[in-house]
Design a protein around this ligand. Sequence first.
Ligand SMILES: Cc1cc2nc3c(=O)[nH]c(=O)nc-3n(C[C@H](O)[C@H](O)[C@H](O)COP(=O)(O)O)c2cc1C
Length: 162
Amino acid sequence: MIELIQSRRSIRSYSDKKVRDEDLDQIVQCGVMAPSGMNTQGIEFCVITNELVLKELEDLAGRPFFYQAPALIVVYGEKDNRYAAYDGSCAMTQMQLAACALNLGSCWINQMKDYVLEEKFDAVMTRLGLKDKVIVGSLAVGYGMEGPKEKQIKENRIHYVK
Ligand SMILES: Cc1cc2nc3c(=O)[nH]c(=O)nc-3n(C[C@H](O)[C@H](O)[C@H](O)COP(=O)(O)O)c2cc1C
């Protein structure tokens, strides 16, 4: 587990090979298992693999904001869920690690949370059941085309009080 955490990296280049439904399901189940404030379990997941929908999102955005990954998992909650950001972030992290454990690449994609507020996305967001929700983030998932990357870690961020 510790090695897995240390080896995970954001992946921004994907092959067009589809992710198996079983793998996607395992990844989302790991999101579902994440901790939540007061165990409210208020976070939901929209797993998009439909090519037409993915293309529609990309076309509306005008750029390949999820790096043409074959799957995008949107993590969202109700607008009045005060734990949504925390709970959704826990779920995102667990799903990133699960993807890594399954030798799949993933990357947190921020833009969906802004696009849900934009009028031009109204129709697609409504069809996805996301229109009146707060989107915490979304996770691009697929077979990475990048090798392992070095990560520079800023120093002096850990403070021990013994
Ligand atoms: C809240 C949050 C939002 C992020 N949004 C994006 C994004 O929209 N696009 C992207 O390519 N990466 C995004 N990332 C990934 C970060 O850029 C990445 O985690 C960081 O550069 C460290 O690299 P690593 O994940 O490989 O360790 C986001 C990460 C977090 C935690």
